[in-house]
Ligand binder design. Structure first.
Ligand code: WTA
Length: 653
């Protein structure tokens, strides 16, 4: 999969430009203003949110190692749930807030108005209060893509509890680690999660997880399928029964702008996943502004982001951004290929979706199924397309543009991260001629800098490449790692002092447009999901037959990157196909199906320096089939292992 950094540019139509929130001239002047005077710029745009007590301070940020502190609107108070619900009641109480499309197209869909959302969220909030949850307490949400997942998020926000969503595809072990890490009081789950015609037994996963947590943790269970579950009296609570009884009156708690709104665990280059902390005021300002501007969202549009609420994309662009803007947001329980590969397009047609936002991996998978699945549907409602999560290759971009967008829809390639809360770079649809594969331009207030990886020196000018850092703060930035501020500073502010280090590499082309080249650390991106190679390695070495494991990414046609594992077995263990199968299953159980190894190579020896450090650069090259560029192997303790590994390399299927 090659990503050229110079190619044809696609300009938006004149009609699109003339109706857009932001055109080229406006982008230039707003961008310049946002950099020249962030306080004035964000002071003004913070007003898009309703504050209980208005802020008088805007930005208060220190990036100096040892003293990193990030504050926005620090003396203001507000409630995010009131901003996403209550403030819309007078003007759009009967408008649909959430369209819910179930896994099976023959099951009943739901259209939930802002008034109904208000009732359901208030009830859920009172149920949580009844379980002893208060301001500052953590609640883990382990749910299918059902409206109750959004209610749960907003209910936490309403009472000032901090939610931590764990993607429903994660294993009981991964769930337990996150419940313990955040010291949650309650886990909200559902009986089962239907996806692609199969049901995942969420409640029984939660049961297994709760064996490894404090016995004070309570479990609130939402009914989805009615599938039978075991029940632990005194620990498990039936949400549907409690909600029927609960009052629909729950005044929103007054929160400080810097009170945490949520924690979301994400993979890093070392160690176990870290809890990314987002706070209240800056996050909602940034999520709502990027939602409106990047997608050129207008009153009456139906907006669909196909992510899961278990990822940051679902937080910012299914729930918080769209609802803060009074939008109609679509929540889809299923998968793109069930019952067949036309499902996304059927749903777009059914609800007249205006903006459609998905991941390149889904586009590639659907492209491989052929155009017929798209052509049978009416996509004339689409005005804009978006991508997120990984670089998009030009073939997929062109297919998305021509076959799905009919050559008529701008495509916003949005680059951002769990840590950033919202888009940091993207073409703005009415302002920039898009280049397939380029994230193009920084959003307002974002000042990208390209640095020389080894020296950290700024690389000026155009047609350059390096590591990508951001010079200053923006309101949606993460504030800390849950329970470990030192790790926060070390991960993001230590390598290149004075900057936020993104972990990505980039190119700035001759026109000054940005191209993300991928992670420069040991994080890989599998089907748009972030995975730390260290996590997979630690799962593998936990297996009794494994002595050592090294995991790297390799190019994969559909997934973007696949997971390539080198494994040294314990003395006397025999490498067999059965063991390969067993190890795959083992990782799925330890982490979840998204971490399942694609290729496993038996490696009697790994390339190590004389001090015993594994030379991952070499393993990456072998996995990528790029033997010509192995670089210097003279520092290896035993250079012959490299030839051995090349000889026995797994063939990419
Ligand atoms: C990658 C997802 C290229 C990048 C919102 C980043 C992208 C990581 C793009 C964050 C894009 C995300 N083009 N690469 N448009 N968007 N990435 O935290 O490597 O799950 O650092 O957030 O995904 O992944 P995360």
């Amino acid at each position: 999969m090659s990503i050229p950094h110079k190619s044809a540019a696609f300009a938006p139509t004149e009609e699109f430009v003339s109706n857009a929130h932001v055109d080229a001239a406006k982008y230039d002047s707003m961008y310049a203003a946002s950099i020249a005077d962030p306080d004035a710029f964000w002071g003004e745009h913070g007003k898009r949110i309703d504050w209980m007590k208005p802020y008088t301070q805007v930005k208060d940020v220190n990036y100096a190692l040892g003293n990193v502190s990030i504050n926005w609107y620090a003396d203001g108070t507000l409630n995010v749930s009131a901003n996403c619900i209550d403030r819309h009641l007078a003007t759009r109480g009967d408008q649909t807030a959430i369209i819910w499309e179930p896994d099976s197209p023959t099951d009943e869909a739901l259209q939930i108005t802002y008034k109904q959302l208000h009732v359901s969220v208030s009830k859920m909030a009172n149920v949580l209060k009844g379980l002893g949850v208060g301001k500052g307490d953590r609640v883990v949400i382990y749910m299918p893509m059902i409206p109750e997942a959004a209610y749960a998020m907003l209910a936490c926000a309403r009472i000032g509890a901090i939610h931590s969503i764990v993607f429903a595809g994660f294993s009981p072990d991964a769930l337990a680690a996150r419940v313990n890490g955040s010291e949650a009081k309650v886990v909200i789950t559902a009986d089962e999660a239907p996806r692609g015609g199969r049901n995942t037994p969420l409640k029984s996963n939660a049961d297994q997880a709760l064996l490894h947590t404090s016995d004070k943790v309570k479990c609130l269970v939402v009914k989805r399928t009615g599938g039978q579950t075991t029940w632990v009296e005194g620990r498990d609570y039936d949400y549907n029964a409690l909600a029927t009884e609960a009052s629909a009156d729950c005044p929103p708690e007054e929160m400080n702008a810097e009170d945490p709104l949520f924690v979301l665990y994400t993979s890093g280059s070392t160690g176990m996943p870290k809890g990314v902390v987002h706070t209240t005021g800056g996050y909602i300002v940034y999520a709502s502004m990027t939602h409106e501007i990047t997608f050129d969202y207008k009153e009456g549009d139906v907006f669909w982001c196909t992510a899961d609420v278990g990822w940051v994309t679902g937080h910012s662009y299914i729930v918080y951004g769209p609802l803060a803007n009074g939008a109609t947001t679509l929540m889809f329980e299923g998968v793109p290929t069930y019952p067949d590969a036309s499902r996304f397009w059927q749903v777009c047609e059914k609800y007249k979706v205006a903006q459609f936002y998905t991941a390149p991996t889904a586009i590639r998978a659907l492209m491989a199924q052929g155009d017929e699945f798209v052509k049978g549907t009416d996509l004339s409602s689409l005005k804009l397309l978006g991508t997120v999560g990984e670089p998009i290759n030009p073939e997929a971009w062109n297919w998305y543009n021509e076959v799905v967008g009919g050559g008529n829809c701008p495509i916003v390639d949005t680059w951002w991260q769990t840590e950033t809360g919202g888009h940091l770079m993207t073409p703005l649809p009415g302002a920039h001629a898009m280049k397939p594969g380029s994230a193009m331009k920084p959003f307002f207030g974002i000042e990208p800098v390209v640095l020389e990886p080894a020296t950290g020196e700024i690389v000026e000018g155009n047609d350059v490449e390096g590591v990508l850092c951001i010079k200053d703060s923006w309101p949606g930035q993460m504030r800390s790692v849950w329970g470990d501020h030192e790790r926060f500073e070390k991960t993001y502010f230590a390598d290149y002092e004075g900057y936020y280090f993104t972990g990505d590499g980039c190119k700035r082309d001759a026109d000054g447009d940005y191209w993300i080249t991928g992670r420069v650390d040991d994080v890989i991106n599998v089907s748009g999901h972030r995975m730390g190679t260290a996590e997979v390695e630690s799962a593998l070495v936990a297996h009794p037959k494994v002595a050592e494991a090294a995991v790297v990414g390799y190019p994969h046609d559909i997934k973007g990157q696949g997971i390539y594992c080198y494994i040294t077995l314990m003395n006397g263990e025999v490498a067999t196909e059965e063991l390969r199968f067993e190890l795959r299953k083992w990782v799925r159980t330890e982490i979840g199906p998204i971490a399942s190894p694609d290729l496993i190579q038996w490696a009697p020896g790994l390339p190590k320096t004389r001090s015993g450090k594994i030379m991952r650069r070499i393993l990456r090259k072998i996995a990528e089939n790029d033997f010509g560029a192995l670089g210097d192997t003279s520092t290896l303790a035993d250079p012959s292992v490299v030839e051995e590994l090349i000889k026995n390399r797994m063939v990419i299927p």
